[in-house]
Ligand binder design. Structure first.
Ligand code: WTA
Length: 658
């Protein structure tokens, strides 16, 4: 896990009493000007969320801030509003009309500035095009695109007409896309011919063409031309392809915003859980928007003149909440960059910050560790004076990376907000507020105002200061997921049944004597590879799908750059010979098989062949012991194993390097 220091010189950094106080530069900021925010929210959380809800435009007022008992809660019940109206239209009625809403940078060098006025027209056109394809209120639309402005336009167009979207990360395979579209029963898919990534083209349309064949609900595919290579016009089934240019450009730029009920479904986003089947996390309209709008404004101390860049892909929840909905709801300028941080060179991010005058930069620890490896000179050469707030998200940030970020990117001046949250929480849950909360390298500090979290033991009792336990959320929050799409039972079982009345996060944490939270990674079988969430079981199923594989166990082993790397232990069917030279090609084949089934992000780093896997007497694979082996540690408790000799043999074999 990334939070572990690799070096003893880090001891000093890890000291919990190492505190960075807000700099004087923040003296006049909104947060610093509101020191009572925590106490106010604690005294009356509903009143606090009501105060946040007042920042939105409502079409009909809500009756109650919060109704019901967890998990069956309703936020802002009775209220009506529209997300596109809040994120786009209302800004066109005042001085923000000609402000840049989106600053886009293509990997191949082009840039685009889209003002709120232009965005309103684009979104309305796309909404009309979707209507012409038969999409109506409640119909699901899949979006499988790269980081192009049209991805945001498509999302907002869906919200404008009340059609929940399900965005599928462009790095997922055809099979993963198919599975998600089939589960959500999407009517239309929006995609692009290809996406630029590190100088190569990701064949999105090819994948889409394969995927729609197994997703019978999909009737039309709206295709944006990004690459423009006719060779990429993959064979969609006849009559399905609709050209974005023709359908959207020709549509009317006026389209009314549907008045949506506060609890209407806004979107589904699939995420990995502890089984092989991804979960369709459902977010609803009002609570989600109130939550992301407030957290985006307060966590980043967002100001009218900021240029805000969250580097996430729109395919992940961070892209939904903090590239699109959060910043746009606040009328901010949001930067979208299409490509890789090292294309064409390793200074690409620093150049973008300089050229666009980025003032808020929000990225993942895995990126920060990669930048560290590339050397101090890259950021040192760049002009980073525009920066004033730095953010981190996706995995625990190790103190060493925190310090590097602070010194080499923030130049010692910029507060760092380490934000802990999940697809399910919809919004940032644990984070410092810059200007108000002193920070400690490696700690996400304290819950956002109005949010309540605790670290509890097996029995649900809060553990003492410094002790580890399960992180739970003990009070409802507006952006909380309402269910797993069409699986209420799994939703309740997964999150709400372990500790009654509490939401189980699946993360381990501890709280120090100052009440600061230190996240310690997942305690379940969810992997976090480069900030991407993957399921152990999903990768295992992909491996077992290969004709030669009998059984597979997948674990995340510590990796300095990625946080975790996927390591697979595989047993083969009897006839397979993997001795000597036969092993390498099969290893590659299995890696490629996982890439094909799920996507390149799930590709195992290591594949290790074994004759047997360590199992308990009841037949459960003991992944904990495999992790010990892969990380070169002494084996933990082996007393529950059916045959302790299996794991001993495996360890020796592994250490010999197969
Ligand atoms: C991990 C991404 C430590 C955590 C927003 C969580 C973090 C999972 C942090 C959710 C952080 C996210 N510190 N761990 N600041 N942020 N995580 O759903 O394990 O893709 O449960 O949401 O990422 O991943 P997801």
């Amino acid at each position: 896990m990334a939070a572990q220091p690799s070096d003893s010189k880090l001891d000093a950094l890890l000291r919990e009493d190492r505190v960075f106080s807000p700099s004087p530069a923040f003296a006049a900021s909104a947060n610093a000007g509101d020191p009572g925010i925590y106490a106010r929210a604690e005294r009356d959380p509903d009143a606090f969320w009501e105060e946040q809800a007042a920042a939105l435009r409502w079409m009909a007022p809500y009756m109650h801030v919060l109704e019901g008992e967890v998990p069956a809660v309703r936020w802002f019940a009775g209220g009506r509003l529209n997300v596109a109206d809040n994120c786009v239209d209302r800004h066109c009625e005042g001085p923000r009309r000609n402000k840049a809403a989106i600053l886009w940078v293509g990997e191949t060098g082009e840039t685009r500035t889209i003002t709120y006025h232009q965005l309103r027209r684009d979104v309305a056109r796309c909404a009309n095009a979707l209507k012409a394809l038969g999409v109506g209120r409640g119909d699901r639309v899949a979006i499988y695109m790269g980081v192009v402005p049209e991805a945001a336009v498509a999302m907002l167009a869906c919200t404008r007409i009340g059609a929940p979207h399900t965005v599928v990360f462009g790095g997922f395979s055809a099979e993963a896309l198919r599975e998600r579209m089939a589960d959500a029963e999407c009517k239309v898919l929006i995609t692009q011919d290809g996406a630029h990534r590190r100088g190569r083209v990701v064949p999105l349309l090819d994948n889409a063409a394969q995927a729609v064949r197994g997703a019978p609900s999909v009737q039309k595919v709206l295709v944006l031309r990004r690459i423009g290579d006719p060779a990429l016009r993959a064979a969609l089934p006849p009559g399905m392809a609709v050209d974005w240019e023709e359908a959207v450009a020709g549509a009317s730029p006026d389209c009314p915003c549907e008045p949506m009920d506060a609890e209407d479904m806004l979107y589904i986003l699939y995420t990995s859980g502890t089984t092989g089947k991804p979960k369709g996390i459902v977010h609803t309209t009002a609570g989600y928007l109130v939550g992301v709008s407030a957290t985006c404004r307060l966590t980043f101390d967002l100001k009218e003149e900021d240029v805000y860049w969250c580097t996430a892909d729109v395919g992940w929840v961070t892209g939904h909440s903090y590239v699109v909905y959060g910043p746009l709801c606040n009328g901010a300028t949001t930067v979208m960059y299409e490509g890789a941080p090292d294309y064409p060179a390793r200074d690409r991010h620093w150049k973008i910050i300089d050229e666009l005058g980025v003032s808020i930069y929000y990225t993942a620890p895995t990126a920060i560790r990669t930048f560290m490896r590339w050397g101090d000179e890259e950021p040192a050469r760049a002009d980073l004076r525009s920066l004033r707030v730095l953010g981190s998200v996706g995995e625990p940030i190790n103190p060493e990376a925190w310090m590097w970020y602070h010194e080499h990117v923030g130049r010692g001046r910029c507060p760092i907000v380490d934000t802990w949250w999940q697809t399910e929480t919809g919004m940032i849950m644990i984070t410092p507020l810059p200007g108000l909360v002193p920070t400690k390298p490696g700690s996400a500090t304290r819950p956002f105002p109005g949010v309540q979290a605790a670290v509890v033991d097996e029995n649900g009792a809060p553990v003492g200061a410094g002790a580890g336990g399960n992180l739970v959320l003990t009070r409802p929050w507006p952006a909380m997921t309402r269910t797993i799409f069409r699986d209420d039972e799994r939703f309740v079982r997964q999150y709400w049944s372990r500790y009654p009345g509490c939401y189980l996060t699946g993360d381990g944490a501890r709280v120090d004597a100052d009440g600061y939270f230190w996240l310690m990674g997942r305690v379940d079988d969810v992997l976090n590879v480069s900030g991407h969430r993957l399921s152990t079981y999903e990768i295992e199923s992909a491996l077992v799908d290969h004709p030669q594989v009998a059984e597979a166990a997948v674990i995340g082993r510590f990796d300095e750059l990625k946080g975790q790397a996927v390591a697979a232990f595989v047993t083969l069917k009897e006839a397979s010979d993997v001795s000597g030279a036969a092993a390498a090609p099969l290893r590659d084949e299995l890696k490629a098989h996982v890439t094909k089934k799920i996507g390149p992000i799930a590709r195992p780093e290591d594949v290790f062949f074994t004759v047997e896997l360590p199992k308990t007497r009841s037949g459960k694979i003991m992944r904990r012991l495999l992790r010990d082996i892969a990380e070169g540690r002494a084996l933990g408790d082996t007393t529950t194993l059916a045959d302790p000799a299996v794991v001993q043999r495996l360890k020796e074999q592994y250490e010999e390097g197969d």
